[in-house]
Design a protein around this ligand. Structure first.
Ligand code: ZN
Length: 615
């Protein structure tokens, strides 16, 4: 950590970021010399438009003016649903979120879903907390909103001010469910008829919203948060049209800020990155434009990334690790002393049904219909967002596409999908330091193997355990086993709630429970698979370390990082993952295997007295 000080343009700096940078360097090469392939060319044009600050500057607010005009021309609340539908198509998520989601009770099909949304700050608690730091942040946010509205000048300037925005967003925050409560999938499971949905919100005519959004026909919807819709209904009924328009204008300019002239982009950076995240300087523009091209045309660029950076050995080695780790999980289930034979059977059938996806999707998304124009950075993003919006809405009523990915191939991350029962490892994470072809297996298992174990364990964490082998929300636990599970999980929740970041902020053990459970089980499973596999014949000592020690060092290495205090606090409030330090120390201090590997004394700081274990 001492040898890798925080760069001025980062909020955190660690091994993940180093790998992200290496992947971005590959993407940059592709984007700057895309060659003849149509997808690469389109991504290259998108990137070039994003990089062209001179054109962006010279166009001023021009590209946003038609949209500002639409908001300005709203003269009656009856027309609000259609305007909101249009803003949603541009990715401006005002008031609420609407889209398609897997039907929780029939995971083979997709249904309409409506959820809370509409905030500018990262979480509802930022509006509701009353301690001195929260109050100060809220004041700074209001000043930022005021500044952005002021930058619009007379052309787009609404009648109201930032005070109106704060009032509206605070009401939405008050109506929102908190992040921790939302971890329980049952809390957001409210399948109802469209008539029942309409009855919740007399102030909004949903037929107008649906028709403007162009949704397929549907007669059932999951209303994730009915209480939120009621609060939003009261808000719309009781707020003046001018104030609503001010709020919509703010959200519109906030969404476009980084593709507008510098004055807007700088103000946006100043609040959201510097004040909230502690970042001192902007990332170089090329990095921001690579990030955006990856977000908007991810599979066009991802295909190129896979061609450049993903070798056959990575896929074969990962598949072997996955097989070994699944076997370890089966053994772990068999040996769990707290689980009945009946629940173990159900756990096995879920484990056997887990599908693994390595590297990239079998079928690439076709971006052929998107028009990308060399001198229109904001318009390009509007068009890619509208494409994605239409793709999402078209899913309503259709079967689930089980081969679809929710991360792009260059992403340095992985995920478990509870509604598909799949584990997914993008090509971007199957690179050093996580994995390297031909490298000592202990380090590959401590890195990529721990990630595989982590994702597999998600299928059996506090959320994942509530879904069955098909991805349906269905209880397959006996009451006694569920209670034993909850007791074990509470040990982990209590453990992590005691950890402090930035000198003054406790982690939320309930918010981070699923991730910590996945680390807790994942590292153990990876170690089991390593010892039963390549570890059995590994050199007894290498660079002075035993196989077990090399495994743990490999694991700790992936999480070394420095974080800014502002970023630590932001993440403690919003991120279901714990800070890197506790992902390592919290996990291994629960493991007798670690104590043994390093011959720690019983009272050593890295040996917890009350060791927690779920899996
Ligand atoms: Zn995870």
């Amino acid at each position: 950590m001492a040898a890798n000080p925080m760069p001025a343009d980062r909020q955190r700096w660690g091994r993940f970021n180093q790998l992200q940078d290496a992947n971005f360097a590959i993407l940059r090469r592709v984007l700057e010399a895309p060659g003849g392939d149509a997808d690469r060319r389109k991504a290259g044009e998108y990137y070039a438009a994003c990089m062209d600050e001179t054109t962006i500057e010279s166009k001023g607010l021009g590209p946003l003016e038609p949209e500002l005009g639409r908001v300005a021309q709203l003269t009656r609340k009856e027309d609000l649903p259609a305007l909101v539908a249009h803003l949603h198509s541009l990715g401006v998520n005002v008031l609420f979120r609407f889209g398609a989601d897997t039907d929780r009770h029939d995971a083979s099909k997709q249904i309409a879903d409506i959820d809370q949304g509409g905030l500018g700050l990262p979480d509802r608690d930022y509006y509701l907390k009353t301690d001195a730091r929260s109050v100060e942040l809220k004041q700074k946010y209001q000043a930022h909103v005021q500044k952005m509205l002021g930058l619009l000048g007379s052309a787009g300037k609404p009648a109201g001010d930032a005070g109106a925005v704060m009032k509206i967003e605070t009401a939405l925050a008050q109506g929102s469910m908190d992040r921790t409560a939302r971890r329980d999938p049952a809390a957001s499971d409210h399948n109802m008829s469209t008539a029942e949905w309409q009855a919740l919100t007399p102030a909004i005519d949903w037929t107008k919203y649906r028709s403007a959004a162009g949704t397929p026909a549907f007669d059932r919807i999951n209303v994730s948060d009915p209480e939120f819709l009621k609060a939003m209904n009261t808000l719309i009924a009781s707020t003046s049209l001018d104030d609503l328009k001010t709020y919509l204008t703010w959200q519109l300019v906030n969404n476009a800020a980084d593709r507008l002239p510098r004055a807007f982009a700088d103000a946006d950076f100043d609040f959201f990155s510097r004040t909230l995240g502690g970042q001192e300087e902007q990332l170089p523009r090329w990095q921001r434009c690579v990030t955006e091209t990856d977000a908007e045309l991810g599979e066009a660029l991802g295909k190129a990334f896979v061609e450049e950076a993903f070798g056959g050995a990575a896929k074969t080695d990962t598949l072997a690790m996955v097989a070994g780790i699944k076997t370890a999980m089966g053994k772990d289930i068999d040996e769990a002393p707290w689980m009945s034979a009946e629940t173990k059977r159900a756990a096995h059938s879920k484990l056997n049904a887990v599908v693994d996806r390595i590297g990239y999707p079998d079928k690439w998304r076709d971006y052929g219909t998107i028009r990308v124009v060399r001198d229109d950075a904001l318009g390009n993003r509007q068009r890619t967002t509208m494409f994605e919006r239409k793709r999402t809405l078209d899913k309503i009523g259709k079967p689930v596409d089980r081969g679809e990915w929710s991360m792009t191939p260059p992403t340095v991350n992985a995920y478990y999908s509870p509604d598909r029962n799949t584990i997914n490892f993008p090509a971007g994470i199957l690179q050093p330091p996580f994995y390297q072809a031909g490298r000592e297996a202990a380090v590959n298992y401590g890195g990529a193997g721990a990630v595989v174990g982590h994702e597999l364990t998600h299928g059996f964490d506090d959320q994942g355990r509530k879904f069955d082998e098909r991805g349906n929300l269905r209880n397959w636990w006996t009451d006694t086993d569920a209670k034993a599970y909850e007791d074990r999980a509470s040990c982990i929740a209590d453990q992590y709630s005691q950890y402090v970041v930035a000198g003054d902020t406790n982690l939320n053990g309930r918010l981070t429970l699923g991730e910590n459970t996945a680390d807790n089980g994942g590292v153990r499973l990876a170690l089991m698979a390593y010892l039963a596999g390549p570890g059995a014949t590994a050199p007894p000592v290498l660079d002075g370390f035993t196989p077990d020690q090399r495994f743990f060092i490999g694991f700790a290495q992936i999480w070394c990082e420095n974080r800014r205090p502002e970023f630590e606090r932001l993440r403690a409030a919003t991120d279901p993952h714990s800070s890197g330090k506790y992902r390592v120390n919290g996990t291994v201090s629960n493991m007798p295997e670690f104590q043994k590997a390093f011959a720690c004394k019983g009272d050593a700081p890295m040996v917890r007295q009350n060791q927690c274990r779920v899996w």
